[in-house]
Design a protein around this ligand. Structure first.
Ligand SMILES: Cc1cc2nc3c(=O)[nH]c(=O)nc-3n(C[C@H](O)[C@H](O)[C@H](O)COP(=O)(O)OP(=O)(O)OC[C@H]3O[C@@H](n4cnc5c(N)ncnc54)[C@H](O)[C@@H]3O)c2cc1C
Length: 454
Protein backbone atom coordinates (compact mmCIF):
# COMPACT_ATOMS: atom_id res chain seq x y z
CA UNK A 1 0.00 0.00 0.00
CA UNK A 2 1.35 3.48 -0.85
CA UNK A 3 1.46 6.13 1.86
CA UNK A 4 -1.20 8.80 1.48
CA UNK A 5 -0.56 12.57 1.51
CA UNK A 6 -3.63 14.75 1.89
CA UNK A 7 -3.19 18.42 0.99
CA UNK A 8 -5.81 20.95 2.13
CA UNK A 9 -5.76 23.95 -0.22
CA UNK A 10 -4.93 23.74 -3.89
CA UNK A 11 -3.14 26.94 -4.76
CA UNK A 12 0.44 28.19 -4.57
CA UNK A 13 1.65 26.42 -1.44
CA UNK A 14 -0.46 23.28 -1.72
CA UNK A 15 0.24 22.61 -5.38
CA UNK A 16 3.95 23.48 -5.16
CA UNK A 17 4.21 20.93 -2.37
CA UNK A 18 2.15 18.30 -4.18
CA UNK A 19 4.24 18.72 -7.34
CA UNK A 20 7.55 18.45 -5.48
CA UNK A 21 6.40 15.38 -3.56
CA UNK A 22 5.19 13.72 -6.77
CA UNK A 23 8.47 14.47 -8.54
CA UNK A 24 10.32 12.57 -5.81
CA UNK A 25 7.91 9.76 -5.06
CA UNK A 26 6.01 7.68 -7.60
CA UNK A 27 2.29 6.89 -7.25
CA UNK A 28 2.96 3.33 -6.05
CA UNK A 29 4.89 4.87 -3.14
CA UNK A 30 2.80 7.99 -2.42
CA UNK A 31 -0.85 8.68 -3.17
CA UNK A 32 -1.57 12.44 -3.26
CA UNK A 33 -5.06 13.86 -2.74
CA UNK A 34 -5.63 17.63 -2.82
CA UNK A 35 -8.84 19.09 -1.42
CA UNK A 36 -9.70 22.50 -2.86
CA UNK A 37 -13.02 24.10 -1.95
CA UNK A 38 -12.94 26.55 -4.85
CA UNK A 39 -13.37 26.03 -8.57
CA UNK A 40 -9.69 26.21 -9.55
CA UNK A 41 -6.30 24.98 -8.43
CA UNK A 42 -2.91 26.55 -9.00
CA UNK A 43 -4.16 29.98 -10.03
CA UNK A 44 -2.48 33.36 -10.02
CA UNK A 45 -4.28 35.62 -7.55
CA UNK A 46 -1.46 38.10 -8.18
CA UNK A 47 -2.57 38.46 -11.80
CA UNK A 48 -6.21 39.10 -10.94
CA UNK A 49 -6.07 42.93 -10.77
CA UNK A 50 -4.53 42.96 -14.26
CA UNK A 51 -7.33 40.78 -15.58
CA UNK A 52 -9.85 43.25 -14.13
CA UNK A 53 -7.95 46.12 -15.80
CA UNK A 54 -7.81 44.28 -19.14
CA UNK A 55 -4.00 44.19 -19.31
CA UNK A 56 -4.27 40.40 -19.00
CA UNK A 57 -6.95 39.51 -21.52
CA UNK A 58 -7.19 35.76 -21.32
CA UNK A 59 -8.75 34.25 -18.20
CA UNK A 60 -6.94 30.96 -18.91
CA UNK A 61 -3.61 32.75 -18.41
CA UNK A 62 -4.42 33.07 -14.71
CA UNK A 63 -4.64 29.29 -14.34
CA UNK A 64 -1.13 27.96 -14.11
CA UNK A 65 -2.27 24.34 -14.27
CA UNK A 66 -5.75 22.83 -14.41
CA UNK A 67 -7.07 20.02 -12.17
CA UNK A 68 -6.94 17.71 -15.22
CA UNK A 69 -3.23 18.38 -15.67
CA UNK A 70 -2.62 17.40 -12.06
CA UNK A 71 -4.72 14.22 -12.36
CA UNK A 72 -2.54 13.23 -15.34
CA UNK A 73 0.51 13.13 -13.02
CA UNK A 74 -1.40 11.21 -10.35
CA UNK A 75 -2.17 14.20 -8.14
CA UNK A 76 -5.87 13.85 -7.35
CA UNK A 77 -6.89 17.50 -7.44
CA UNK A 78 -10.45 17.48 -6.10
CA UNK A 79 -12.01 20.89 -6.67
CA UNK A 80 -15.23 21.88 -4.87
CA UNK A 81 -14.15 19.64 -1.99
CA UNK A 82 -13.86 21.35 1.37
CA UNK A 83 -12.00 19.92 4.36
CA UNK A 84 -14.42 20.45 7.24
CA UNK A 85 -12.64 18.61 10.08
CA UNK A 86 -9.24 17.17 10.92
CA UNK A 87 -8.73 14.43 13.50
CA UNK A 88 -5.02 14.30 14.25
CA UNK A 89 -5.41 11.34 16.66
CA UNK A 90 -6.97 9.13 14.02
CA UNK A 91 -5.11 10.72 11.11
CA UNK A 92 -8.24 11.64 9.15
CA UNK A 93 -9.72 14.57 7.27
CA UNK A 94 -13.43 14.93 6.63
CA UNK A 95 -13.97 16.16 3.07
CA UNK A 96 -17.28 17.63 1.98
CA UNK A 97 -18.21 17.44 -1.70
CA UNK A 98 -19.69 20.89 -2.31
CA UNK A 99 -21.56 19.63 -5.40
CA UNK A 100 -23.81 17.19 -3.57
CA UNK A 101 -23.11 17.80 0.13
CA UNK A 102 -21.82 14.27 0.77
CA UNK A 103 -18.95 13.75 3.18
CA UNK A 104 -16.07 11.30 3.11
CA UNK A 105 -13.50 10.53 5.78
CA UNK A 106 -10.00 10.28 4.31
CA UNK A 107 -7.18 8.70 6.23
CA UNK A 108 -3.75 10.28 5.82
CA UNK A 109 -0.17 9.29 6.57
CA UNK A 110 1.01 12.86 5.97
CA UNK A 111 -1.11 16.03 5.99
CA UNK A 112 -0.24 19.41 4.51
CA UNK A 113 -2.32 22.32 5.74
CA UNK A 114 -2.19 25.01 3.03
CA UNK A 115 -5.48 26.88 3.31
CA UNK A 116 -4.05 30.34 2.60
CA UNK A 117 -5.61 33.53 3.90
CA UNK A 118 -9.09 35.00 4.02
CA UNK A 119 -10.24 38.56 3.50
CA UNK A 120 -11.03 40.46 6.70
CA UNK A 121 -14.72 41.30 6.84
CA UNK A 122 -15.48 43.69 9.69
CA UNK A 123 -19.08 44.17 10.82
CA UNK A 124 -19.91 46.98 8.37
CA UNK A 125 -23.63 47.53 7.90
CA UNK A 126 -24.54 46.47 4.36
CA UNK A 127 -21.43 44.35 3.79
CA UNK A 128 -23.49 41.58 2.13
CA UNK A 129 -25.29 43.88 -0.32
CA UNK A 130 -25.15 43.08 -4.03
CA UNK A 131 -22.44 45.22 -5.60
CA UNK A 132 -19.99 44.71 -2.68
CA UNK A 133 -16.99 42.58 -3.61
CA UNK A 134 -13.57 41.35 -2.53
CA UNK A 135 -10.75 40.30 -4.79
CA UNK A 136 -9.34 36.93 -3.76
CA UNK A 137 -10.51 34.16 -6.04
CA UNK A 138 -10.64 33.87 -9.81
CA UNK A 139 -14.42 34.01 -9.53
CA UNK A 140 -14.08 37.39 -7.81
CA UNK A 141 -11.81 38.53 -10.66
CA UNK A 142 -14.34 37.43 -13.28
CA UNK A 143 -17.16 39.26 -11.48
CA UNK A 144 -15.12 42.48 -11.14
CA UNK A 145 -13.99 42.35 -14.76
CA UNK A 146 -17.63 42.03 -15.87
CA UNK A 147 -18.61 44.98 -13.69
CA UNK A 148 -15.71 47.07 -14.95
CA UNK A 149 -16.88 46.71 -18.55
CA UNK A 150 -20.60 46.65 -17.75
CA UNK A 151 -21.47 50.33 -17.57
CA UNK A 152 -20.50 51.16 -13.98
CA UNK A 153 -18.99 54.62 -13.70
CA UNK A 154 -17.85 54.88 -10.09
CA UNK A 155 -15.78 52.42 -8.03
CA UNK A 156 -14.95 52.85 -4.37
CA UNK A 157 -12.24 50.71 -2.82
CA UNK A 158 -12.25 50.46 0.94
CA UNK A 159 -8.70 49.90 2.15
CA UNK A 160 -5.38 51.35 1.02
CA UNK A 161 -3.11 48.31 1.10
CA UNK A 162 -1.48 46.62 -1.89
CA UNK A 163 -4.63 44.92 -3.10
CA UNK A 164 -6.73 48.06 -2.60
CA UNK A 165 -4.32 50.08 -4.72
CA UNK A 166 -4.09 47.42 -7.42
CA UNK A 167 -7.89 47.18 -7.66
CA UNK A 168 -8.11 50.98 -7.78
CA UNK A 169 -5.59 51.05 -10.61
CA UNK A 170 -7.62 48.39 -12.47
CA UNK A 171 -10.88 50.35 -12.38
CA UNK A 172 -9.09 53.60 -13.16
CA UNK A 173 -7.46 51.95 -16.19
CA UNK A 174 -10.97 50.95 -17.32
CA UNK A 175 -11.98 54.62 -17.17
CA UNK A 176 -14.09 54.52 -14.01
CA UNK A 177 -14.03 57.35 -11.54
CA UNK A 178 -12.14 55.70 -8.68
CA UNK A 179 -11.87 56.49 -4.98
CA UNK A 180 -9.81 54.76 -2.30
CA UNK A 181 -11.11 55.21 1.24
CA UNK A 182 -8.96 54.32 4.22
CA UNK A 183 -9.36 54.86 7.94
CA UNK A 184 -5.57 55.30 8.18
CA UNK A 185 -3.73 58.62 7.73
CA UNK A 186 -1.93 57.28 4.64
CA UNK A 187 -1.98 54.38 2.19
CA UNK A 188 0.13 51.26 2.75
CA UNK A 189 0.04 52.09 6.43
CA UNK A 190 1.07 48.63 7.61
CA UNK A 191 3.97 48.12 5.23
CA UNK A 192 5.55 51.56 4.72
CA UNK A 193 6.53 54.30 7.12
CA UNK A 194 3.93 57.08 7.27
CA UNK A 195 6.25 59.66 5.66
CA UNK A 196 6.68 57.40 2.63
CA UNK A 197 2.99 56.42 2.65
CA UNK A 198 1.94 60.09 2.58
CA UNK A 199 4.09 60.82 -0.47
CA UNK A 200 2.85 57.67 -2.19
CA UNK A 201 -0.71 58.82 -1.52
CA UNK A 202 0.03 62.25 -3.02
CA UNK A 203 1.35 60.67 -6.20
CA UNK A 204 -1.65 58.36 -6.50
CA UNK A 205 -3.94 61.40 -6.30
CA UNK A 206 -1.88 63.16 -8.99
CA UNK A 207 -2.53 60.13 -11.18
CA UNK A 208 -6.27 60.81 -10.88
CA UNK A 209 -7.39 58.36 -8.19
CA UNK A 210 -9.22 60.10 -5.37
CA UNK A 211 -7.89 59.26 -1.91
CA UNK A 212 -9.91 59.79 1.26
CA UNK A 213 -7.90 59.11 4.42
CA UNK A 214 -8.90 58.87 8.10
CA UNK A 215 -12.41 57.91 7.09
CA UNK A 216 -13.77 54.85 8.87
CA UNK A 217 -16.46 53.13 6.85
CA UNK A 218 -19.15 51.81 9.16
CA UNK A 219 -22.03 51.57 6.76
CA UNK A 220 -22.74 50.88 3.09
CA UNK A 221 -25.73 52.63 1.61
CA UNK A 222 -28.29 50.81 -0.52
CA UNK A 223 -31.11 51.60 -2.90
CA UNK A 224 -33.45 48.95 -4.33
CA UNK A 225 -31.40 46.28 -2.56
CA UNK A 226 -28.09 47.25 -4.15
CA UNK A 227 -25.11 49.20 -2.87
CA UNK A 228 -25.07 52.84 -3.99
CA UNK A 229 -22.73 54.45 -1.50
CA UNK A 230 -19.93 54.01 0.97
CA UNK A 231 -20.65 55.54 4.34
CA UNK A 232 -24.10 56.69 5.28
CA UNK A 233 -25.87 59.92 6.13
CA UNK A 234 -23.57 62.94 5.79
CA UNK A 235 -20.48 60.89 4.87
CA UNK A 236 -21.81 59.08 1.82
CA UNK A 237 -19.59 58.57 -1.24
CA UNK A 238 -21.48 57.46 -4.33
CA UNK A 239 -20.50 54.02 -5.66
CA UNK A 240 -21.67 51.63 -8.38
CA UNK A 241 -19.09 49.08 -7.23
CA UNK A 242 -17.58 48.68 -3.79
CA UNK A 243 -14.52 46.52 -3.26
CA UNK A 244 -13.46 45.73 0.28
CA UNK A 245 -9.70 45.39 0.58
CA UNK A 246 -9.26 45.49 4.33
CA UNK A 247 -6.42 43.01 4.60
CA UNK A 248 -6.40 39.31 5.24
CA UNK A 249 -5.88 36.90 8.08
CA UNK A 250 -4.57 33.33 7.97
CA UNK A 251 -7.29 30.72 7.37
CA UNK A 252 -6.57 28.64 10.45
CA UNK A 253 -9.93 27.93 12.07
CA UNK A 254 -9.82 24.29 10.97
CA UNK A 255 -6.26 23.88 12.28
CA UNK A 256 -7.14 25.52 15.58
CA UNK A 257 -10.18 23.25 15.98
CA UNK A 258 -7.90 20.26 15.40
CA UNK A 259 -5.46 21.41 18.08
CA UNK A 260 -2.64 22.27 15.65
CA UNK A 261 -0.67 24.98 17.50
CA UNK A 262 -0.84 28.55 16.17
CA UNK A 263 1.59 31.40 16.76
CA UNK A 264 0.87 34.88 18.09
CA UNK A 265 -0.20 36.07 14.62
CA UNK A 266 -2.88 33.37 14.46
CA UNK A 267 -0.98 31.48 11.76
CA UNK A 268 0.18 27.88 12.08
CA UNK A 269 3.56 27.59 13.81
CA UNK A 270 6.09 25.66 11.76
CA UNK A 271 9.78 24.82 11.97
CA UNK A 272 12.24 25.50 9.15
CA UNK A 273 11.22 22.26 7.41
CA UNK A 274 7.52 23.36 7.50
CA UNK A 275 6.59 20.79 10.17
CA UNK A 276 3.95 21.75 12.71
CA UNK A 277 4.17 20.60 16.31
CA UNK A 278 1.79 17.72 15.47
CA UNK A 279 3.38 14.58 14.08
CA UNK A 280 3.02 14.15 10.27
CA UNK A 281 1.17 17.47 9.94
CA UNK A 282 2.89 20.13 7.83
CA UNK A 283 1.89 23.66 6.85
CA UNK A 284 2.98 26.22 4.24
CA UNK A 285 1.90 29.42 2.55
CA UNK A 286 -0.23 32.29 3.84
CA UNK A 287 -1.69 30.22 6.68
CA UNK A 288 1.74 29.52 8.22
CA UNK A 289 4.27 31.63 10.08
CA UNK A 290 7.75 32.22 8.67
CA UNK A 291 10.90 33.39 10.41
CA UNK A 292 11.90 37.00 9.70
CA UNK A 293 15.60 37.09 8.94
CA UNK A 294 16.16 40.53 10.45
CA UNK A 295 13.95 40.53 13.53
CA UNK A 296 14.47 36.81 14.18
CA UNK A 297 10.78 36.57 15.04
CA UNK A 298 7.98 34.61 13.39
CA UNK A 299 5.79 36.68 11.07
CA UNK A 300 2.77 35.87 8.95
CA UNK A 301 3.11 37.37 5.48
CA UNK A 302 0.61 36.91 2.68
CA UNK A 303 2.87 36.85 -0.34
CA UNK A 304 2.98 34.53 -3.32
CA UNK A 305 6.78 34.47 -3.16
CA UNK A 306 6.72 33.02 0.34
CA UNK A 307 3.84 30.62 -0.40
CA UNK A 308 5.60 29.10 -3.40
CA UNK A 309 8.89 28.70 -1.56
CA UNK A 310 7.47 27.27 1.65
CA UNK A 311 5.25 24.93 -0.38
CA UNK A 312 8.29 23.75 -2.29
CA UNK A 313 10.24 23.13 0.93
CA UNK A 314 7.34 21.15 2.42
CA UNK A 315 7.00 19.13 -0.80
CA UNK A 316 10.70 18.27 -0.98
CA UNK A 317 10.57 17.04 2.61
CA UNK A 318 7.35 15.11 2.02
CA UNK A 319 9.06 13.58 -0.99
CA UNK A 320 11.88 12.24 1.16
CA UNK A 321 14.36 15.08 0.60
CA UNK A 322 15.82 17.49 3.14
CA UNK A 323 14.97 21.15 2.61
CA UNK A 324 14.82 24.09 4.99
CA UNK A 325 13.16 27.44 4.50
CA UNK A 326 15.71 30.18 5.18
CA UNK A 327 13.19 32.85 6.20
CA UNK A 328 11.69 36.05 4.86
CA UNK A 329 12.43 39.74 4.53
CA UNK A 330 8.94 40.81 3.53
CA UNK A 331 10.08 41.99 0.12
CA UNK A 332 7.11 43.22 -1.89
CA UNK A 333 6.40 45.37 -4.93
CA UNK A 334 3.37 46.88 -6.61
CA UNK A 335 2.49 49.71 -8.95
CA UNK A 336 -0.21 52.21 -9.80
CA UNK A 337 0.05 52.90 -13.53
CA UNK A 338 3.74 53.80 -14.08
CA UNK A 339 4.34 54.59 -10.42
CA UNK A 340 6.27 51.77 -8.71
CA UNK A 341 6.29 51.04 -4.97
CA UNK A 342 8.45 48.47 -3.16
CA UNK A 343 9.81 47.56 0.25
CA UNK A 344 11.98 45.01 2.03
CA UNK A 345 13.16 44.26 5.57
CA UNK A 346 12.00 46.45 8.44
CA UNK A 347 10.38 49.87 8.36
CA UNK A 348 11.23 52.31 11.14
CA UNK A 349 8.13 51.17 13.00
CA UNK A 350 9.06 47.50 12.63
CA UNK A 351 12.71 48.13 13.57
CA UNK A 352 11.50 49.85 16.72
CA UNK A 353 9.12 46.98 17.53
CA UNK A 354 11.96 44.50 17.01
CA UNK A 355 14.06 46.38 19.56
CA UNK A 356 16.70 47.85 17.25
CA UNK A 357 18.44 51.15 17.89
CA UNK A 358 18.32 52.47 14.33
CA UNK A 359 18.73 55.42 12.02
CA UNK A 360 16.86 56.15 8.79
CA UNK A 361 17.75 58.19 5.72
CA UNK A 362 15.60 59.16 2.77
CA UNK A 363 16.99 60.47 -0.50
CA UNK A 364 15.48 61.74 -3.71
CA UNK A 365 16.99 60.67 -7.01
CA UNK A 366 16.00 59.74 -10.55
CA UNK A 367 15.32 56.43 -12.27
CA UNK A 368 17.92 57.24 -14.98
CA UNK A 369 20.54 59.96 -15.48
CA UNK A 370 18.79 63.28 -14.80
CA UNK A 371 19.22 64.37 -18.43
CA UNK A 372 17.89 61.13 -19.91
CA UNK A 373 14.49 61.57 -21.66
CA UNK A 374 11.86 59.82 -19.57
CA UNK A 375 13.95 59.80 -16.42
CA UNK A 376 11.57 60.25 -13.52
CA UNK A 377 11.88 61.07 -9.83
CA UNK A 378 12.22 58.33 -7.27
CA UNK A 379 12.71 58.25 -3.52
CA UNK A 380 14.48 55.65 -1.48
CA UNK A 381 14.58 55.24 2.26
CA UNK A 382 16.90 52.97 4.16
CA UNK A 383 16.96 51.90 7.79
CA UNK A 384 20.19 50.74 9.45
CA UNK A 385 21.33 49.79 12.92
CA UNK A 386 22.97 52.65 14.79
CA UNK A 387 26.64 52.01 15.40
CA UNK A 388 27.13 48.79 13.40
CA UNK A 389 25.57 50.18 10.22
CA UNK A 390 23.88 46.83 9.55
CA UNK A 391 21.13 47.33 7.00
CA UNK A 392 17.65 46.67 8.36
CA UNK A 393 15.27 47.70 5.59
CA UNK A 394 14.45 49.71 2.49
CA UNK A 395 11.46 51.43 0.90
CA UNK A 396 11.33 52.78 -2.65
CA UNK A 397 8.86 54.57 -4.87
CA UNK A 398 9.09 56.32 -8.20
CA UNK A 399 8.70 56.03 -11.95
CA UNK A 400 9.48 53.10 -14.19
CA UNK A 401 12.64 51.30 -13.11
CA UNK A 402 12.44 52.43 -9.48
CA UNK A 403 10.67 49.45 -7.94
CA UNK A 404 12.82 46.46 -8.84
CA UNK A 405 15.82 48.24 -7.29
CA UNK A 406 14.40 46.87 -4.05
CA UNK A 407 15.86 43.49 -5.00
CA UNK A 408 19.36 44.91 -4.68
CA UNK A 409 18.48 46.10 -1.20
CA UNK A 410 16.88 42.72 -0.41
CA UNK A 411 20.00 40.86 -1.55
CA UNK A 412 22.10 43.11 0.68
CA UNK A 413 19.83 42.45 3.66
CA UNK A 414 19.84 38.74 2.89
CA UNK A 415 23.62 38.62 3.14
CA UNK A 416 23.70 40.90 6.22
CA UNK A 417 25.62 43.69 4.53
CA UNK A 418 26.26 47.00 6.22
CA UNK A 419 25.19 50.28 4.71
CA UNK A 420 28.84 51.04 3.92
CA UNK A 421 29.15 47.73 2.01
CA UNK A 422 26.14 48.61 -0.10
CA UNK A 423 27.25 52.23 -0.58
CA UNK A 424 30.33 50.98 -2.43
CA UNK A 425 28.77 47.89 -4.05
CA UNK A 426 29.64 47.64 -7.73
CA UNK A 427 26.21 48.37 -9.25
CA UNK A 428 25.78 48.93 -12.97
CA UNK A 429 25.59 52.31 -14.71
CA UNK A 430 24.62 53.72 -18.06
CA UNK A 431 22.55 56.95 -18.43
CA UNK A 432 19.33 55.22 -19.58
CA UNK A 433 19.34 53.23 -16.33
CA UNK A 434 20.77 55.38 -13.52
CA UNK A 435 23.15 58.13 -12.56
CA UNK A 436 26.74 57.08 -12.08
CA UNK A 437 25.90 56.51 -8.43
CA UNK A 438 22.79 54.35 -8.38
CA UNK A 439 20.12 55.65 -5.95
CA UNK A 440 20.70 52.47 -3.93
CA UNK A 441 24.38 53.39 -3.47
CA UNK A 442 23.45 56.94 -2.52
CA UNK A 443 20.81 56.00 0.05
CA UNK A 444 23.13 53.41 1.59
CA UNK A 445 25.92 55.99 1.88
CA UNK A 446 23.57 58.44 3.57
CA UNK A 447 22.19 55.95 6.09
CA UNK A 448 25.71 54.59 6.72
CA UNK A 449 26.90 58.10 7.63
CA UNK A 450 24.01 58.54 10.04
CA UNK A 451 24.61 55.09 11.59
CA UNK A 452 28.24 56.05 12.20
CA UNK A 453 27.11 59.31 13.81
CA UNK A 454 28.48 61.54 11.04
C1 LIG B 1 -5.62 40.17 -5.64
C2 LIG B 1 -4.33 39.62 -5.09
C3 LIG B 1 -3.12 40.06 -5.60
C4 LIG B 1 -1.93 39.57 -5.08
N1 LIG B 1 -0.74 40.02 -5.60
C5 LIG B 1 0.42 39.53 -5.11
C6 LIG B 1 1.66 39.94 -5.68
O1 LIG B 1 1.70 40.75 -6.61
N2 LIG B 1 2.79 39.44 -5.16
C7 LIG B 1 2.78 38.52 -4.12
O2 LIG B 1 3.85 38.07 -3.69
N3 LIG B 1 1.61 38.08 -3.60
C8 LIG B 1 0.44 38.56 -4.06
N4 LIG B 1 -0.74 38.12 -3.55
C9 LIG B 1 -0.73 37.13 -2.46
C10 LIG B 1 -0.63 35.71 -3.04
O3 LIG B 1 -1.63 35.51 -3.99
C11 LIG B 1 -0.79 34.72 -1.89
O4 LIG B 1 0.26 34.96 -0.98
C12 LIG B 1 -0.73 33.29 -2.36
O5 LIG B 1 -1.78 33.00 -3.24
C13 LIG B 1 -0.83 32.38 -1.15
O6 LIG B 1 -0.85 31.06 -1.57
P1 LIG B 1 -1.44 29.94 -0.62
O7 LIG B 1 -1.42 28.68 -1.38
O8 LIG B 1 -0.77 30.00 0.69
O9 LIG B 1 -2.93 30.40 -0.31
P2 LIG B 1 -4.14 30.69 -1.29
O10 LIG B 1 -3.70 31.19 -2.59
O11 LIG B 1 -5.11 31.52 -0.50
O12 LIG B 1 -4.76 29.25 -1.50
C14 LIG B 1 -5.34 28.53 -0.47
C15 LIG B 1 -6.42 27.67 -1.08
O13 LIG B 1 -6.97 26.86 -0.05
C16 LIG B 1 -8.35 26.71 -0.29
N5 LIG B 1 -8.97 26.34 0.99
C17 LIG B 1 -9.03 27.07 2.12
N6 LIG B 1 -9.65 26.38 3.09
C18 LIG B 1 -9.97 25.18 2.56
C19 LIG B 1 -10.63 24.03 3.07
N7 LIG B 1 -11.05 23.99 4.34
N8 LIG B 1 -10.80 22.97 2.25
C20 LIG B 1 -10.36 23.02 0.97
N9 LIG B 1 -9.75 24.10 0.42
C21 LIG B 1 -9.54 25.14 1.22
C22 LIG B 1 -8.78 28.08 -0.80
O14 LIG B 1 -9.95 27.98 -1.56
C23 LIG B 1 -7.57 28.47 -1.65
O15 LIG B 1 -7.72 28.14 -3.01
C24 LIG B 1 -1.96 38.60 -4.05
C25 LIG B 1 -3.19 38.15 -3.53
C26 LIG B 1 -4.35 38.65 -4.04
C27 LIG B 1 -5.66 38.16 -3.48
Amino acid sequence: MPERLVVIGGDAAGMSAASQARRRRKPDDLEIIVLEKGNYVSYSACGEPYFVSGEVEDFEDLQVRTPEQFWKVAIQAKIRHEAVAIDTDRGTVTARNLEDGTEEILGYDQLLYATGAEAIRPPIEGIDLPGVYELRTLDDALALRDLAVGGATKAVIVGGGYIGLEVAEAFHTRGLETTVVTMMPTVLERTFDPDMGAKIGDRIEELGIELITEHKVECLESRNGRVVGVGCADQSIRADIVVLALGSHPATRLAADAGIPLGASGAVSVDERQRTAVDVVWSAGDCADAMHRISGKPVNLHLGTVANKTGRVAGINLGGGAASFPGVLGTAITKVHDFEIARTGLTEFEADAAGFDFVAAEVGSTTAAHYWPGSSPMRIKMVAERGTGRLLGGQIFGGRGAGKRIDTVAAALWSEMTADDLAMADLSYSPPFSGVWDPVNIAARKVGELAAGN
